[in-house]
Design a protein around this ligand. Structure first.
Ligand SMILES: Nc1ncnc2c1ncn2[C@@H]1O[C@H](COP(=O)(O)OP(=O)(O)OP(=O)(O)O)[C@@H](O)[C@H]1O
Length: 308
């Protein structure tokens, strides 16, 4: 197929997903409580939160496999339909591959269900299996694969064809570092063509490395969202202080919270405006100051702050 012909057959993939006031209760449990956020076209949005925070329930409502108690999901500015969702790539929490079917046959079948022609499904599956290092396992039954390789097959199931959006529940879990990098490259190719991508993860270092946007959920509610820089700007500033002598005395300085003190090095939070001046004056009075530098807060620190 010519390049222009292929472009014509590809659906436009530039819309945003918008979640508006989504709630879901299970009996007495408020699993998701008035959750609103956007998954913008062309961006990788990381969805983080502790066990039971409500990520899977939110993604299930987004994908229509679970009804919402209240709220709605918009696609391209209007209420989403099941037909819209059929054009999305979805990796559910429950993985659901058939153990006794060959990898290639199974993926081509899933591609057909997504509306791809047999030839297009086979082509897409074959190239994805190659990208993920599984080309030589195409004829094996799924049950013969290691858990990490079964996870790669699930990834192909979600990413094949040209999904208009991607909703991925823990897509990186169980992957080795090389597969994580391959997966990250694949996701970037999708965002580069305008696809909104939402993925949940417990691996904060990974989310920090990959995501342009973040949504943090705690106890069913959104407690923070925005770019990593947005979230950092609301975080308490930390400083590293290195002295010539013991730094234990910093624990007693008013307006300063000593997060960690080890020998002559201290990690501090300035909780009262101007307290750093007091601290430095005292430090210089006692000896030499080798270093006093602001620390870029890690996502793990921000996460602890917003979910506390
Ligand atoms: N079908 C269900 N019936 C009853 N309670 C449920 C059901 N599904 C989820 N819950 C409850 O809803 C809350 C949110 O669960 P959910 O699986 O969405 O969290 P999560 O953020 O995905 O957690 P994890 O990171 O552990 O996968 C939990 O208290 C869970 O026990």
């Amino acid at each position: 197929m010519s390049a222009s012909g292929e472009r014509l057959t590809r659906p436009r993939a530039t819309a945003d997903i918008e979640l508006r006031h989504l709630s879901r209760t299970f009996g007495e449990i408020r699993a998701v409580d008035d959750v609103s956020f956007d998954v913008p076209a062309g961006l990788l949005t990381g969805f983080v939160g502790g066990n039971g925070a409500g990520k899977t329930t939110t993604m299930r409502m987004l994908m229509g496999v679970l009804s919402a108690t209240a709220g709605e999901v918009l696609w391209d500015g209007r209420p989403i339909t099941q037909l819209d969702r059929r054009s999305f790539g979805y990796m559910p929490e429950e993985r659901g591959l058939y153990p006794k079917q060959a990898v290639l046959d199974q993926l081509v079948y899933l591609g057909r269900l997504r509306g791809l022609s047999a030839a297009a499904a086979r082509a897409s599956v074959t190239s994805h299996l190659e990208r993920l290092g599984l080309a030589d396992r195409a004829k094996d039954h799924v049950e013969k694969l290691s858990l990490g390789n079964q996870q790669r097959v699930q990834i192909v199931a979600a990413l094949m064809g040209h999904p208009r959006a991607l909703v991925l529940d823990e897509p990186f879990s169980g992957l080795d570092p090389a597969a994580v990098d391959n997966m990250a490259d694949l996701l970037r190719e999708h965002t580069a063509r305008g696809v909104p991508v939402l993925f949940s993860s417990h691996q904060l270092d990974l989310v920090e490395r990959l995501c342009e946007r973040l949504v943090v959920l705690a106890r069913g509610r959104v407690v923070a969202s925005g770019t990593p820089e947005d979230l950092r700007s609301h975080s308490v500033a930390r400083h590293r202080l290195v002295l010539s002598g013991d730094a234990g005395w910093v624990r007693g300085v008013p307006g300063i919270h000593a997060v960690d003190v080890e020998g002559s090095t201290a990690l501090l939070e300035v909780v009262e405006h101007g307290a750093e001046r007091r601290l430095l004056e005292e430090a210089l009075r006692r000896g030499e100051v080798h270093e006093f530098s602001p620390q870029r807060p890690s996502l793990a620190q921000i996460y602890r702050e917003v979910t506390a």
